[in-house]
Design a protein around this ligand. Structure first.
Ligand code: GDP
Length: 301
């Protein structure tokens, strides 16, 4: 089920409820069950659905509502708010406490994720996004595991006219990362981006390498990049990364494909961080800022 379908199914459940002449417990119950089914089909983790269901039931107390209150509106608002909360556990927390790269201050941002998730592509998109905002980025290839990673990032960086640091000869990613960060600090870059190696699956060696890289470069932000199509595996994968490094934000890629919506909801829940961007294609500009409320509004149509 693609994300738009998930929104469509939830909207339909709310619409069916609205069409009933009387909104009583039975109608409310049917509506919530329909929403649960839609979320399950979209690969949202069962635990999350159960929590959402309980929260909505707690908020909406049909018996306690005085006459004249629009039950329909109260239920719709509760569903909307819970979907927002699911997508961003930091909803309601002041955004000034989040990390944003700033001009005139050197920040280090480390990207992590499995091989093929779109990490390297996303590093350049992220750099390009802030370059357009007037910041001076630098890209460091600390992926010595995948043959071709160096050339790919270098090519992308050159195309976007972003300074690049990497090595064909050096096999120690920590050494490259430290040297790259130093180099770009000397060049007064505002935003130093580290592309780290992925693996085909979650494995101890990858997590150990990530820990060492993080220890050596002390990133201001660690971004977990996840392919939107991984479905039910999302929660476990995101949790494994979060246990190794301090993931502070998530970027979901390949939202242009047959992406299931549930993966992003689960990744957010597992990392207790928020989605900051969505990848919507292979090209540099196919990159969208993620904003929860407009996203959910659009999702529900
Ligand atoms: P890495 O192994 O995680 O560094 O992944 P890459 O950046 O090499 O990306 C793997 C493949 O996914 C490449 O063919 C990219 O062009 C493609 N890709 C990355 N992001 C997106 C996206 O948002 N949409 C689509 N359609 N393809 C993407």
């Amino acid at each position: 089920m693609v994300l738009a379908q998930l929104g469509g199914s939830i909207s339909r459940a709310l619409q069916n409820m609205s069409n009933s002449t009387v909104i009583d417990e039975a109608v409310f119950h049917d509506c919530l069950n329909e929403i649960n089914r839609a979320l399950l089909q979209a690969d949202v983790q069962f635990e999350l659905i159960r929590n959402m269901h309980a929260n909505i039931k707690n908020i909406v107390n049909l018996d306690g509502l005085a006459a004249g209150h629009s039950k329909r509106k109260i239920i719709q608002q509760a569903v909307f708010d819970e979907l927002c909360k699911m997508l961003d556990p930091t909803t309601g927390i002041k955004s000034s406490s989040f990390f944003f790269p700033k001009k005139g201050k050197t920040s280090v941002v480390m990207f992590v994720g499995l091989q093929g998730s779109g990490k390297t592509t996303t590093c350049t998109k992220y750099a390009h996004y802030y370059q357009k905002k007037g910041l001076k980025p630098g890209l460091v290839c600390a992926d010595t595991f995948r043959a071709g990673a160096f050339d790919q990032l270098k090519q992308n960086a050159t195309k976007a006219k972003i300074p690049f640091y990497g090595s064909y000869m050096e096999s120690d990613p920590v050494k490259i990362a430290v040297e790259g960060v130093e180099r770009f600090k000397e060049e007064n870059c505002d935003l130093i981006i580290l592309d780290t190696s992925g693996r085909h699956k979650q494995e101890a060696a990858l997590f150990e390498e990530m820990r060492q890289l993080s220890e050596a470069t002390k990133p201001d932000l660690v971004i977990f990049v996840m392919d939107s199509s991984i479905g039910q595996a999302a929660f476990g994968q995101a949790q494994a990364f979060k246990q190794s490094v301090a993931v502070g934000a998530v970027i979901i890629t390949k939202m242009d494909g047959h992406a299931k919506g549930g993966g992003s909801l689960s990744a957010v829940a597992a990392t207790k961080s928020h989605v900051i961007f969505l990848g919507t294609g292979e090209h540099m500009d196919e990159f969208e800022v993620f904003e929860v409320r407009p996203f959910v509004r659009r999702l529900l149509g």
